[in-house]
Each structure stands twice: as C-alpha cells, then as structure tokens.
Design a binder for this molecule. Structure first.
Ligand SMILES: *Cc1c(COP(=O)(O)O)cnc(C)c1O
Length: 411
C-alpha cells in the first residue's frame, strides 16, 4: 500500500512551529510540561519524514484495522432524505468499531520508536481508552488509562474491556469526575513519568503537537475517500459531512479536501456539532455555535466557558461529543470560511440513527448520527440531485442502552 499518512504541505493551513493555526492552538501548559512536548514534537517530525515509520503504520492500518474502509453508496438512505447520492465512509468497520484506532496506532508506534515502555491515556466514554488498550496489547506496551469516577460508573462495559486487554484503569476522583478531570490528571502524571511514558491523546485537541499529529494520522480517512471517489469516476461532490467532538474524525476527513479544494467541484465541508437539548438551553455541547475563544487543556480555541473563563460542562446524548472545546484547526477553518459547523440536537440525531438502521441495516454510533442528521437539511439546500459524503465515525453497539431508553425500536 503506497498511501501513507500525509505531510501535505503544498497548501499552508498551519500549524507554525509553535503549533498555531492562525491565532488558535499553541502550547498553554506549565513550564514542567514543555520539555515533554518538545521531545514529542521532534520525534513526531522525525517519524513523519521516515518512510519506514509510515510503512509500518500503513501495514497495521491494512492488516490490523482492515483499511481501506469501504466507501458505501447508501441508495435507500439517499432516497429517504431526498438526495441524489449519499456515500458513507465506513469507519464503523475499523477494528474496535470506530476511527479512534487510526490515531492510537500512530501514537503507540511513535512511543515505541521513542523507546517508551509505557503509555497512558485519558478517556471519557471509554472509547479512546479501549482503542489505546487494544493498541498497547498489540505492541507489548504497558498501559494505564485515567478515567473520572463518574464515567467509570456510567461506562462499565468499556472499563471491563480495558481490563481484559491488560490495561490498568486509574480512577480520577476530582472535580466532576469526568473527561476534563481525567485529562488534567493524565497530563500531571505524564510530567512525573516522562522518561518511560508516552501520553496517547484521543482527539485533535491539546497542546502542540497533538492537534497536528492526530490530524495527520486521521487524514487517512479523507485520502482514502478521495481515492475511492476518483476510482468510481465521481466528478462532482456537493458536500462532505462529519461529526465533531474534539474534531479528529472530522479533521481527518476534511483536511485532504481542504488541500485539494479544486477536486470534485469544491464541495462544502460541514461539521455537525452536538446541540444537546438545544442551543437555547444550557444542556448543549455546541462550542462552535455558542462558544468563544479561550484556553483549555493546553490550547487556545473556541470553547464553552463562563464569564471567568472556566470551561462549562458540555452536554450531549452522545458521550463522544460532550466536550466543551474543539480542536484549534477547526476554529481556524471556521474563521477562514473553509468549513461550516451546524448544531444537531439529541432528538435529530436519534431520528437519523433510526433512519439508518431501517434503510440500510447499519446501526451507527450516536456521534455519527449527528452527521447523518444534516442530510435532510443539505437536501433542502442543495437539491434532489446533490451528492454528499458522510463519515460514519463508528458503530452503535456501545449506544444500544441509550437508544433503547430513548424508545427507539419499540414497535
Ligand atoms: C470519540 C468519537 C467521536 C468524537 O471524537 P472526534 O475526535 O471528534 O472524532 C465521534 N464518533 C465516534 C464513534 C467516537 O467514538
């Protein structure tokens, strides 16, 4: 396989050497964290230029993850939403059921290259924890996952999976006992154990170089999509859609399209963010629609914050989208007008979830259902002949209890 993760520098979107995409990103961390970030940045740049690293990663993507994932033409879904053509990029078919493993494989391979024996990760719903534990088992790395006590209670299946995979789950009993507290604890621990420990971060967020590193590892999604569209002789695509939590599956989908903006007649790029109960309520995760720029978890970007600049707790029915911030490159692409972001409520996502199950026999993750929920809106805007690509970031097995509780499939 020749397609490796890209360093596509012909079109400048950043980041600069300090990790800024326009005004966003950077490294807003205590002095004690800086040496670890500088070591990581140098190692990542070195690996990026090394064909053997890229080959090792490509081999794992093919043989272990099952890449390339299919680009599936969803005919019954297209008809139901009133679009001409809908393609689904099937990240739900990746090993472990979502795109997150694309990134954990890249980061763990880098950890081995740096001579680290041990990886740590933070996790909220547990998806990134499971992907990291999986990859650590594969590569013979010791693995510890920081998880808030409240999340441990809510996500017992993923906690058990991590233990089966040989990882240690470290409860974080601070703050609200959720993702933000787990990130803080993991960063603090990393500084203490940086000699032998690599911090595997789960989305396109955090201090430089994490946003660019995660983007590059996830760009395999968009690159494959472009190849597959070209392979079918598709000349015009009207929109490309992905859901946005921290923004890793979305930036991995969009970035190659941003660089190749003249392909397929310059499709609109649209991110679906979690509106939760609605953008006029305080139970929401719509950081692009409602947020303002500020600093959280070591980077500057749009975030939901109070008047004192403290992050607000985000809400969404989908655990993968209830993050109060968004990756810095998304903030930049929004300001540049290259990508637009639209809020999708819990109810709209559930409706789209139901529709995909019934029209295509595919049970999507609730996160991915947010992207699917944009299709009827796009049909109105773009007309009945339009072609739309949707990244289906994950499968819905993990969400079965939630949708059952919401009353889906009850007749
Ligand atoms: C974690 C997750 C997301 C959200 O994360 P991003 O970094 O925004 O991609 C979306 N979909 C699924 C299935 C997930 O597991």
């Amino acid at each position: 396989m020749s397609k490796m993760f890209p360093r596509l520098d012909e079109v400048y979107t950043g980041p600069d050497e300090n990790g800024f995409f326009g005004p966003y990103g950077g490294r807003f961390v205590p002095e004690t964290v800086m040496p670890a970030l500088l070591e990581l940045t140098a190692a990542f740049e070195d690996a990026s230029d090394d064909p053997s690293f890229q080959e090792d990663l490509s081999d794992l993507w093919v043989d272990y993850v099952g890449r390339p994932t299919p680009l599936y033409q969803a005919r019954r879904l297209a008809e139901a939403v009133g679009l001409g053509t809908v393609f689904l990029k099937r990240e739900d078919l990746c090993h472990t059921g979502a795109h997150k493993i694309n990134n954990t494989l890249g980061q763990c391979l880098l950890a081995k290259r740096m001579g680290k024996k041990r990886v740590i990760a933070e996790t909220g719903a547990g998806q990134h924890g499971v992907a990291t534990a999986t990859t650590a088992a594969l590569m013979g790395l010791e693995c510890a996952v920081f998880m808030g006590v409240e999340d441990i209670r809510r996500q017992s299946l993923n906690v058990y999976k991590m233990k089966l995979l040989g990882a240690q789950v470290i409860p974080v009993d601070e703050g609200s006992g959720t993702l933000a507290d787990a990130v803080t604890a993991a960063l603090r621990h990393w500084v203490e154990r940086v000699e032998d420990t690599f911090y595997v971060l789960g989305s396109a967020v955090g201090p430089h170089p994490y946003p660019v590193m995660v983007r590059d590892f996830q760009s395999v999604i968009g690159l494959e999509t472009i190849d597959q569209l070209q392979g079918r002789g598709i000349e015009k695509v009207d929109a490309v859609v992905a859901c946005v939590g921290g923004g890793s599956n979305a930036i991995g989908t969009f970035y190659p399209f941003v660089l190749a903006a003249d392909l397929f007649g310059s499709p609109e790029l649209v991110g679906a963010e979690a509106a939760g109960k609605g953008i006029d309520t305080d139970q929401t995760g719509a950081s692009m629609t409602l947020g303002t720029p500020g600093v959280m978890h070591g980077f500057y970007s749009y975030l939901l914050q109070d008047d004192a600049g403290n992050p607000l707790e985000a809400y969404s029915i989908s655990a993968g989208l209830d993050y109060p911030g968004i990756g810095p490159e998304h903030a930049f692409l929004k300001d540049e007008g290259k990508v637009s972001y639209e809020p999708v409520t819990d109810d709209e996502a559930l409706e789209a979830f139901d529709l995909l199950c019934r029209t295509e026999g595919i049970i999507p993750a609730i996160e991915s259902s947010h992207a699917l929920a944009l299709l009827p809106r796009l049909a109105k805007r773009l007309g009945p002949d339009a072609t739309v690509v949707v990244t289906l970031s994950g499968r819905g097995d993990k969400d079965i209890d939630i949708v059952r509780e919401a009353g889906l499939g009850s007749e």
